[in-house]
Design a protein around this ligand. Structure first.
Ligand code: SF4
Length: 292
């Protein structure tokens, strides 16, 4: 086992390889047919990480976010499965987490699928994605989403160890100026802390589309986030208790009305990715995602 430090001097323990049966797997996610996850774990260590449930299956010690492994499969990616379909590298790690700088596993995946007739969705919090602009330009149909839910770098730092707000915005500018279809993924939307209009204003010149996803709290990170709100934003405690303890959905109903009305009146393309579990159920029934 080796000790490494990422860009933010956050200690990451890593073994060079863990075996994986297959890197390409079918997905229930609403917007894609397949996923590829070249890493196990994610050093970005977001406090709200929806993928933290994965720890149960890893046998790894330590908190989610404190370890990451490079996955290695004997099997090549079967690109024939991807013809006419969509693929998401990655769903339970950030494809451009700090290990990617050296391991280049996401780059290898892109090299393998760049010439395939499929739609590729990439979502990341890291400016490292700009390293692969040459490959992204080669892909037939690629969307790069930069995930950002605030312009306040203090709040951002409280929540994750990924790229700063400024670096993510710079990455979006660079992608967009290179002709890559660029999305601002406003995710997760934190009630009272995420200001979608401010984000749209700051990014409109270099953003093709917006995706909005609300904050879901479940599992062991629910109490962590609620404690953080009580501690750092006590003025929002009642609102969070209403939403996450009493299950009152009126805040989200209003937020959906607001961003839908705003984007429609401004002619902004957007995807409503609120209520993830509902979208998964709709996909199972064969419904199309709500894209405007
Ligand atoms: S970047 Fe994504 S996968 Fe990584 S810790 Fe954050 S939410 Fe989880």
């Amino acid at each position: 086992m080796e000790e490494r430090f990422n860009d933010d001097h956050f200690r990451v323990r890593m073994v060079d390889e863990v075996p994986a049966k297959e890197l390409l797997t079918k997905s229930n996610l609403p917007f894609c047919d397949y996923v590829v996850n070249p890493y196990l774990g994610c050093p970005h260590a977001c406090a709200y990480c929806y993928a933290s449930f994965m720890k149960r299956f890893t046998g790894c010690q330590g908190e989610w976010g404190s370890f990451a492994y490079l996955k290695v499969s004997e099997r090549d990616i079967d690109v024939s499965k991807l013809e006419g379909r969509s693929v998401f590298p990655s769903s339970v790690t950030d494809p451009y987490n700090p290990l990617e700088k050296e391991c280049r596993a996401t780059r290898r995946v892109l090299e393998r699928i760049a010439d395939v007739d499929c739609k590729i969705y990439i979502s990341t919090k890291s400016p490292l994605v700009t390293r692969d602009i040459d490959l992204l330009k080669r892909c037939r149909d690629v969307v790069v989403a930069i995930s950002l839910n605030t312009l306040d770098d203090g709040f951002r730092r409280d929540m994750d160890r990924a790229g700063s707000v400024g670096k993510r915005l710079d990455a979006m500018r660079e992608l967009h100026s290179n002709g890559i279809y660029t999305v601002l993924f406003v995710s997760p939307w934190f009630p009272g802390l995420t200001d979608f209009r401010e984000l749209v204003d700051a990014t409109r010149d270099f953003t093709d589309e917006y995706w909005f996803e609300n904050l879901n709290l479940r599992g062991d990170y629910k109490e962590r986030i609620l404690s953080y709100i009580d501690d750092r934003h006590p003025e929002l405690s009642d609102l969070y208790a209403r939403i996450y303890r009493k299950g009152n959905g009126s805040f989200w109903d209003e937020a959906e009305r607001e961003f839908t009305g705003y984007c429609q009146s401004e002619g902004i393309r957007f995807v409503n990715a609120f209520h993830h579990s509902k979208l998964v159920a709709e996909k199972r029934r064969g419904a199309k995602p709500n894209r405007c």
